[in-house]
Design a protein around this ligand. Structure first.
Ligand SMILES: *[C@@H]1O[C@H](CO)[C@@H](O)[C@H](O)[C@H]1NC(C)=O
Ligand SMILES: *[C@@H]1O[C@H](CO)[C@@H](O)[C@H](O)[C@H]1NC(C)=O
Ligand SMILES: *[C@@H]1O[C@H](CO)[C@@H](O)[C@H](O)[C@H]1NC(C)=O
Ligand SMILES: *[C@@H]1O[C@H](CO)[C@@H](O)[C@H](O)[C@H]1NC(C)=O
Ligand SMILES: *[C@@H]1O[C@H](CO)[C@@H](O)[C@H](O)[C@H]1NC(C)=O
Ligand SMILES: *[C@@H]1O[C@H](CO)[C@@H](O)[C@H](O)[C@H]1NC(C)=O
Ligand SMILES: *[C@@H]1O[C@H](CO)[C@@H](O)[C@H](O)[C@H]1NC(C)=O
Length: 925
């Protein structure tokens, strides 16, 4: 091949490669998905409070939830491949083969897509899938056709659910044998026999031959709730199933009879909200039943005179929300295994006598909430009862007599009663108590004496309608404490270490006070602090005296309050704080950015920050700059927020998840970078900007979408991506003539550099050998001054001064080496970069390029690279406009101006040297 041709071919190949490299990197990093929320629920478990997203199964935390889906492929393209949970809501008519091909980690898939057409290979490749939900919410029901083999490849499927769908046209759907839980809820099932037609492999049907050929039964839970047309309950249709649980809530199968169903293993039967008035009839089939939920029905009397169904094995019985007016004593006596009885929301009060022998000796949990009881039930309580729930009754006074015989009680819930008095020693019999709930009382003061008795009390909730004073002695063994009082909570004369082991503290009140004012209260073990109040007045002095010096273990701090007073706040002494949640704090009313910045300076370990209703006005780099561990930033319910232009320099270090929920912005072009960031952000998932509106002023209610404002009113964002594109172009233009085919090595540098720009360098500091202290970038026309004046001044050899090792392109680049390659390499090997700027320099493409490269070093490695600018001539700073990003990164000490008259040369050199040396040290730290 002639040399010329080869060279051209090489160049072409090279250009393509470069373009491919750049575009590849850009697309693979851009994973912001329109209309989707991507989250890691481990970071911030309370996210669903701010942003609606889909259900989680235990153990799963990486989730993607997309709404308004119209084009499936387009949506999925932007969803991270390693997501564990995927919820899709929208209108999609067709799910093609291998629709979820790339999602090998997917364990939960919820589809709310209207009428969908599914092929037999749609779910291929979902090797890990455990939960598959098809949901359609009212009106009932859409028809769904499932090809027989479409679930065949889901080898780990445990749970399959159809809600609001009719499977009328489906037949012979193969179910994987891993399936444990099948739900057909609110669908148009009319007969149980239909199940057999849909899912023959469930072993439905009475033919013993078919059951042997189809293998062992596997389904454990069958949920047919809310099938309103399911009237004909020929349970023989369920023959062959070895169900453990059958859920028929909200159906009209009142007189459901399991005789002959063969469900001998049935463990749990749920008939909630079916309108039944009697217990389901007596059947031998029930003999193994361990749990029966009959809540929300019309049961008044349980066959006190007639035949009592025998539930010999029953351990749990739910009779909540019925019309019981007395305890079904005879019936309860027939339940020798009963462990948990839920009688809440009946009409058993006001006095309830419990005769001896009513409850089995196995009873552990008894719920008598909301029964209009006026006293703790009298009678023979059981020493083995572990939980007693008495919330929402009419109990007013408690004494030791009430609690007699509850020796084994661990949890006692007396919340929302009319409690006005706690007689001393009322808990003296409850020596095993660990958890006590006294929210919603009328007590005005309480002391440890009133809570004496239980040695093991660890979790306490206390609440009063108006105000609550806490008196000593207090007990230091509490692990969690919640106090609510509308007006005021006062800690009186508490001394010593009353909260030595306390881990969780929640205060919900308007005012927290101490008596005397000088007392300090220590919380040395506190991990989670929640302060809520309608007008909680927290001032620095209050908070600080309350939580003095240190909360060394605090990890989670949440303050929500609405108050009129501008108050002060700080976060000193919380070195382990990971999650910070602020809502409604009037504290931020003025100069919010500054205050936020000051606050956040104190908590460098922060991983999640949620700000809501703060009236922040402005989000700027300075607030979040120091938070190197920040993974999640959530802004909710903020009005006319400005996104400071300087944030864009911070893009490489933005946290991986940034959410905006119900935030409006100011219509201004300074935010023009936001769109490219939000839609193409390389390493950050941005949620919630697409639908955000902006306001031109406070009375602008035109509901302009932020992005459409930016598109129509602002010059296209040349800042961020333009930066990259021009950079690439300049490189190409400059380099191509110089490039020979053998010179590939600089490509490596370019790639490193580009990567460095985009990836957070977090821990990856570039350490190692620095050959030079300073790389000096200058224009050829200024070479004489540099070589004759500057270099001797800085390179002074010892003993006269500590000389700096300088790198000068003209002198130190090897002859014949490519200048570009050498330049990048030398910048890497230098502790700092000094740019000598003159008008000519700015006009020269080479100098421009050097300056840009230097800037990249700066942006890509903040804190490790240092750039200093030296102005030789007066230069209109406006001319630097193209570099105004620079000005944001540079400090005042980084500029040296030699253009203004006389400068003492020696002083200047010393100053410059000091700065350069400082830069070098910082870089090596
Ligand atoms: C979530 O935050 C809200 C608002 O502070 C609070 O009411 C709720 O209890 C929190 N939920 C959890 C589970 O922490
Ligand atoms: C589903 O899609 C397939 C392939 O596009 C088509 O042949 C079939 O008729 C569709 N079925 C329904 C019920 O729409
Ligand atoms: C499905 O079957 C039920 C009962 O046979 C019927 O009421 C309903 O109209 C059917 N739905 C469709 C879409 O055919
Ligand atoms: C009793 O049932 C009600 C209603 O379902 C429920 O909220 C409550 O938690 C149950 N009680 C216990 C102790 O589980
Ligand atoms: C609660 O008890 C008081 C007496 O202690 C009684 O006057 C009042 O009517 C009761 N309230 C209800 C709702 O039963
Ligand atoms: C209940 O407390 C009173 C007064 O403290 C005491 O005299 C009485 O003996 C106690 N009764 C029981 C059963 O503990
Ligand atoms: C503190 O609260 C968290 C979150 O609600 C909970 O997971 C933890 O178990 C609580 N710790 C104690 C000691 O109650």
């Amino acid at each position: 091949m002639p040399r010329m041709e080869r060279l051209q071919l090489c160049s072409l190949f090279f250009i393509l490669l470069l373009l491919a490299l750049v575009s590849l990197d850009l697309t693979s990093w851009a994973w912001t998905a329109p209309n989707c929320i991507i989250a890691d629920s481990l970071l911030f478990p309370n996210l669903s409070y701010y942003i609606q997203f889909c259900t989680l199964a235990p153990g799963l935390h990486l989730l993607a939830s997309c709404t308004n889906v119209k084009d499936m492929a387009q949506t999925l393209e932007r969803v991270p491949r390693d997501t564990e949970v995927l919820c899709l809501q929208g209108m999609v008519s067709f799910l093609p083969d291998n629709a979820f091909d790339n999602f090998h980690s997917l364990q939960l898939l919820r589809l709310q897509l209207g009428t969908i057409n599914i092929t037999s290979r749609t779910f291929q490749g979902l090797d890990q899938l455990q939960y598959l939900f098809f949901e359609h919410h009212a009106p009932c029901c859409l028809s769904l056709f499932l090809p027989p083999n479409c679930l065949k490849t889901l080898k780990f499927l445990r749970s399959l659910s159809f809600q609001g769908y009719c499977l009328n046209y489906s037949q012979n759907i193969y179910l994987p044998t891993s399936l444990k839980h099948l739900t057909l809820r609110n669908s148009c099932l009319t007969k149980l026999q239909e199940l057999q037609r849909f899912f023959p492999s469930l072993l439905l049907g009475s033919s013993p031959t078919s059951s042997t050929t189809l293998g062992a039964p596997f389904l454990e839970v069958l949920d047919l709730s809310y099938n309103l047309q399911l009237k004909q309950a020929d349970v023989r249709a369920l023959h062959g199933l070895k169900l453990l649980s059958l859920i028929l809530d909200g159906t009209t199968l009142r007189a459901f009879d399991l005789t002959g169903s063969g469900l001998l293993h049935l463990d749990f039967l749920s008939l909630v909200g079916t309108g039944i008035e009697k217990l389901p009839g007596t059947v031998t089939g029930y003999s193994k039943l361990r749990a029966l939920d009959l809540g929300k029905n019309q049961i008044q009397n349980i066959l006190e005179n007639g035949d009592i169904p025998s539930y010999k094995a029953l351990e749990f019985l739910g009779l909540h929300d019925n019309h019981l007016q007395s305890l079904p004593i005879r019936f309860l006596r027939t339940l020798p295994q009963l462990q948990k009885l839920n009688l809440s929301m009946n009409k058993l009060g006001p006095t309830l006598e419990i005769p001896e022998g009513v409850f089995s000796t196995n009873l552990r949990v008894l719920d008598l909430s909301h029964n209009q009881l006026c006293d703790v039930p009298h009678g023979a309580f059981l020493p083995q009862l572990q939980e007693l729930w008495l919330s929402g009754n009419n109990i007013s006074s408690l004494s030791n007599v009430s609690m007699q015989g509850l020796r084994g009680l661990r949890t006692l819930d007396l919340s929302w009663n009319q409690i006005k008095v706690l007689k001393p020693g009322w808990l003296s019999h409850l020596s095993a108590l660990t958890t006590l709930n006294l929210l919603g009382t009328y007590l005005e003061h309480i002391s440890g004496i009133q809570l004496q008795g239980p040695q093991m009390l660890r979790h306490l909730k206390l609440g009063s309608v108006t105000m609550l004073d806490i008196y000593p002695p207090w007990f230091p063994m509490l692990l969690s404490l919640e106090i609510q009082a509308q007006a005021c909570v006062q800690f009186m004369f508490l001394s010593g270490e009353p909260f030595l082991f306390l881990e969780n503290l929640t205060l919900q009140t308007s005012n927290v006070l101490r008596q005397p004012d000088t007392a300090t209260i220590h919380f040395p073990s506190l991990r989670r602090l929640t302060l809520r109040g309608y007008s909680l007045i927290i001032s620095t002095s209050q908070l600080q005296r309350f939580f003095p010096q240190q909360l060394p273990l605090l990890e989670h701090f949440s303050i929500w309050c609405e108050n009129d007073n501008a108050v002060d706040l700080n976060l000193f002494g919380m070195p382990r704080l990971r999650v910070l949640e602020f809502g409604y704090l009037n504290f931020f009313y003025e100069s919010s950015t500054v205050k936020l910045e000051m606050l956040l300076k104190e908590v460098p370990q922060l991983q999640a920050l949620a700000l809501s209703h703060l009236n922040l006005r402005n989000l700027s780099v300075s607030s979040i700059k120091g938070l190197h561990h920040l993974k999640l930033l959530l802004l909710s319910s903020e009005l006319s927020l400005e996104m400071d232009g300087n944030l864009q320099e911070f893009i490489p270090q933005m946290p991986p998840y940034v959410y905006f929920s119900d935030v409006t912005f100011t219509c201004q072009c300074e935010a023009s970078w936001v769109e490219s960031w939000a839609t193409q952000a390389p390493n950050t998932f941005v949620y919630g900007l697409e639908k955000s509106i902006c306001m031109a002023n406070t009375s602008d209610y035109s509901n302009t979408l932020l992005f459409s404002f930016l598109a129509t009113h602002c010059p296209h964002d040349t800042e961020f991506w333009g930066f990259l594109i021009s950079f690439t172009l300049i490189l190409l233009l400059t380099i191509l003539p110089l490039v020979g085919c053998h010179k590939w090595s600089w490509l490596h540098y370019l790639q490193t550099l580009l990567r460095a720009c985009w990836w957070k360098l977090g821990g990856h500091r570039l350490r190692g050998q620095f050959n030079y202290d300073v790389f000096i970038s200058y224009c050829e026309k200024d070479q004489a001054w540099v070589l004759e004046e500057l270099v001797p001044g800085l390179e002074k050899p010892p003993p006269k001064g500590e000389g700096l090792r300088l790198c000068l392109p003209a002198r130190d680049f090897g002859i014949g080496n490519d200048r570009m390659e050498s330049m990048i390499a030398s910048m890497h090997k230098s502790r700092s970069i000094l740019c000598v700027l003159t008008g000519q320099a700015l006009a020269s493409p080479w100098c421009n390029l050097e300056l840009r490269l230097a800037t990249y070093h700066l942006v890509a490695r903040p804190g490790t690279a240092r750039l200093l600018l030296l102005f030789l001539e007066p230069i209109d700073r406006q001319k630097l406009h193209g570099y105004h990003r620079l000005s944001r990164w540079l400090k005042k000490e980084d500029y040296f101006d030699l253009s203004q008259g006389e400068v003492d040369w020696d002083t200047f050199c010393e100053q410059l040297k000091r700065q350069l040396r400082k830069a070098g040290q910082e870089r090596e730290d």
